[in-house]
Design a protein around this ligand. Structure first.
Ligand code: HEC
Ligand code: HEC
Ligand code: HEC
Ligand code: HEC
Length: 424
C-alpha cells in the first residue's frame, strides 16, 4: 500500500509554489447550480443511422460552401476513434490502416479482473458502456459523480428503434437525445435561434441548460459544454477500473484532442467572433486551451477528491500528479486573465501539496480545491485577452522550469505551446 508521503506530494505540487501554512478550504462566490434532479432524459436517443440520412453525403439544394458541410457522419464512420469504442469492448482488431488504435490490454482482461461486475462480458456491462457508448447528458460535475457513483450514466433504455449500442460513442451521445429536435433542426440557423431565444448571448450557461431541458439539444457550440463533454469521459476514471488494469487517462489538452479526432466541425479560428459560436476568431485556439485546462483541472481535482474519499490510496498519487500538471500550465493563463481566481487556486493547490496524506486535512484540502466554480470556465470564454497576452502566456510557459520537469506536466506543456502558437 503506498501511503502518499508528504515529500511525494510536495514534489508533485512544487508547481503550486507558495508554501502555505495550515489548511485553506476555499469559499467561492457565484457557484452555478448544477443539473436537475431526475435521471430522465428530455428525449430519446435515435442512433447514428438516422443522422447519416442527411449528414453523410450532404443534401440537395445546399450551397457548396454552406456550413455545416453535412459530411459529418462520413468523417465519424471513417476516422473518428469513437466509432471503435464499443468494438473495443469486444476486443475486435483495429482497422489495418489505424495501428494506433491497437491496445495494450484487452477488454476481456480488464473485465475479468473487475470487482463487482454486473454483467457477463464487457460489451454488456454498464461500467464499460458508460464511456464506450452513449451516455446521458449532464452539466458541470455530473450529479451521479457527486453522489459518489464514478460512472457517467449509460443511455440504456432511453433510446428508440434504430439506435444501436454497438455504434459506440455516436452522434446523439454528444449532441443530445435527438427525438425532440431531429425534425426541426434542419431549418437554417434553427439551433442557433433556439439558443439565442433562451438568452444565450447574455447567459450562455443558463440558455444551454434550458435548451437541453426543453428539447434535448446539448449545445456544444457553447465552449464550456464542449469541454465538459470531453472530460466527463476522458478524465473521470474510477479506481475500481484502474485496479482492473484499465489504463489511467492522461492529462487532457482540448486543442490537441479536438484536432486528433479528425474533426467533423469547422475551423472556428476562421469563424466570426459571435456569442453563438465557440469563441470564433483568431484567439480560438487560446480560448480552447484556457477553457480546456480549467475544465480538466476541475475534473482532475474532483477525481483526487473522489479517490481520497474512497481511500483508494494506490491511485491518489497519480490523480494528484494529473491535477498538478493541469495547474502548472493553466496558472500562467489565469494569472493574466483571472488574477483573483489564480490567487485562490494557488492557495488551494499549495494546501493540497502541504497535506501529509489523504486523510483528515488532506481530504479536506482535496475537497476544497475541487470546489472551483463552473462560472470560472465561462469567465475564461469571455475574459479580456489579445494576441499580445497570448504571447505573454507563451513566454511564461516556455521559461517555466517547473513545467519542464518530466511526466504529465512536461507533456502538457508541449501540447499547450502547440495550441498557443496557433494564435497569430
Ligand atoms: C432531414 C435531414 C437531417 C437529419 C436526419 C439530421 N440532420 Fe442535422 N442538420 C441538417 C441540416 C440541413 C443542418 C444545417 C442547418 C443549418 O443550415 O443551420 C443540420 C445541422 C446540424 C447540426 C448543427 C447545428 C448547429 O448549428 O449547431 C448538428 C449538431 C446536427 N445537425 C446534428 C444531427 C444529429 C446528431 C442527427 C441525428 C440524430 C441529425 N443532425 C440528423 C439536416 C439533418
Ligand atoms: C470513464 C470512462 C471509461 C470507462 C468507464 C471505461 N473506459 Fe475504457 N477507455 C476510456 C478512454 C477515454 C479510453 C481511450 C484512452 C486513450 O487512448 O486516450 C479507453 C480505452 C480502453 C481500452 C484500450 C486501452 C489501450 O491500451 O489503448 C480498453 C481495452 C478499454 N478501454 C476497455 C474498457 C473496459 C473493459 C471497461 C469496463 C470494465 C472500460 N474500458 C471502461 C474510457 C473509459
Ligand atoms: C465526441 C462527441 C461528438 C460526437 C460523437 C459527434 N459530435 Fe458532432 N460535434 C461535436 C462537437 C464538440 C462539435 C463542435 C461544436 C459544434 O459545432 O456544435 C460538433 C459539431 C457538429 C456539427 C456542426 C458543424 C458545424 O460546422 O457547424 C454537426 C453537423 C455535427 N457535429 C454532426 C454530428 C453527427 C452527424 C455525428 C455522428 C455521425 C456527430 N456529430 C458525432 C461533438 C461530437
Ligand atoms: C461518452 C464518452 C466520451 C466522450 C463524451 C468523448 N470521448 Fe473521446 N473517447 C472515448 C473512448 C471510450 C475512446 C476510446 C475508443 C477506443 O476504444 O478506441 C475515445 C477516444 C478518443 C480519441 C482517440 C484516442 C486518442 O487519445 O488519441 C480522441 C482524440 C478523443 N477521444 C477526443 C475526444 C474529444 C475531443 C471529445 C469531446 C469533443 C471526446 N473525445 C468526447 C470516450 C468519449
Amino acid at each position: 500500500m503506498s501511503q502518499l508521503s508528504s515529500s511525494a506530494l510536495r514534489r508533485l505540487s512544487g508547481a503550486a509554489g507558495l508554501a502555505c501554512a495550515g489548511l485553506i478550504v476555499l469559499t467561492w462566490s457565484g457557484q452555478t447550480k448544477v443539473g436537475a434532479e431526475e435521471a430522465e432524459t428530455p428525449g430519446r436517443y435515435v442512433g447514428q443511422s438516422e443522422c447519416a440520412k442527411c449528414h453523410e453525403q450532404g443534401m440537395a439544394g445546399r450551397g457548396k460552401d454552406q456550413l455545416p458541410g453535412l459530411k459529418e457522419s462520413a468523417t465519424w464512420a471513417k476516422d473518428d476513434q469513437h466509432n471503435f469504442a464499443y468494438k473495443r469492448l469486444d476486443d475486435e482488431d483495429p482497422p489495418e490502416d489505424k495501428p494506433r488504435w491497437a491496445s495494450e490490454v484487452t477488454s476481456e482482461e480488464i473485465f475479468d479482473a473487475l470487482e463487482g461486475a454486473e454483467a457477463d462480458m464487457a460489451s454488456e456491462s454498464i461500467r464499460c458502456l458508460s464511456c464506450h457508448g452513449v451516455v446521458v447528458h449532464d452539466f458541470g460535475t455530473p450529479k451521479w459523480f457527486k453522489k459518489g457513483d464514478n460512472r457517467v450514466v449509460f443511455a440504456n433504455e432511453k433510446h428508440q428503434q434504430g439506435y444501436e449500442a454497438s455504434e459506440g460513442v455516436s452522434c446523439d451521445g454528444c449532441h443530445g437525445p435527438a427525438s425532440g429536435w431531429l425534425k426541426a433542426h434542419e431549418k437554417e440557423e434553427w439551433t442557433t435561434q433556439q439558443w439565442l431565444a433562451r438568452g444565450g448571448a447574455k447567459d450562455p450557461a443558463k440558455a444551454s441548460q434550458k435548451l437541453y431541458e426543453d428539447l434535448g439539444l446539448y449545445y456544444s457550440k457553447d465552449l464550456v459544454l464542449w469541454a465538459e463533454q470531453c472530460v466527463r469521459c476522458h478524465l473521470r476514471i474510477d479506481s475500481g477500473l484502474l485496479a482492473a488494469a484499465h489504463p489511467d487517462l492522461e492529462a487532457f489538452e482540448l486543442w490537441d484532442q479536438n484536432t486528433r479526432v479528425p474533426p467533423h466541425w469547422r475551423d472556428y479560428s476562421k469563424a466570426a467572433d459571435k456569442p453563438e459560436l465557440p469563441a470564433g476568431g483568431a484567439l480560438h485556439p487560446a480560448r480552447v486551451w484556457l477553457v480546456g485546462q480549467s475544465t480538466a483541472l476541475q475534473a482532475s481535482l474532483e477525481e483526487v477528491d473522489k479517490r481520497a474519499k474512497a481511500e483508494a490510496e494506490d491511485y491518489i498519487e497519480s490523480a494528484v500528479e494529473r491535477a498538478v500538471a493541469h495547474w502548472t500550465v493553466l496558472r500562467h493563463g489565469l494569472k493574466l486573465v483571472a488574477p483573483e481566481a489564480h490567487g485562490k487556486l494557488e492557495k488551494a493547490m499549495a494546501a493540497l501539496g502541504e497535506a501529509e496524506d489523504m486523510k483528515g486535512k488532506g481530504k479536506a484540502a482535496a475537497a476544497g480545491a475541487a470546489a472551483l466554480p463552473r462560472s470560472l470556465h465561462y469567465a475564461l470564454v469571455g475574459a479580456k485577452l489579445d494576441a499580445a497576452g497570448v504571447k505573454k502566456i507563451l513566454a511564461a510557459l516556455e521559461g517555466d522550469a517547473e513545467a519542464k520537469k518530466k511526466g504529465q506536466r512536461a507533456r502538457l506543456r508541449e501540447l499547450s505551446l502547440v495550441a498557443l502558437k496557433r494564435v497569430k
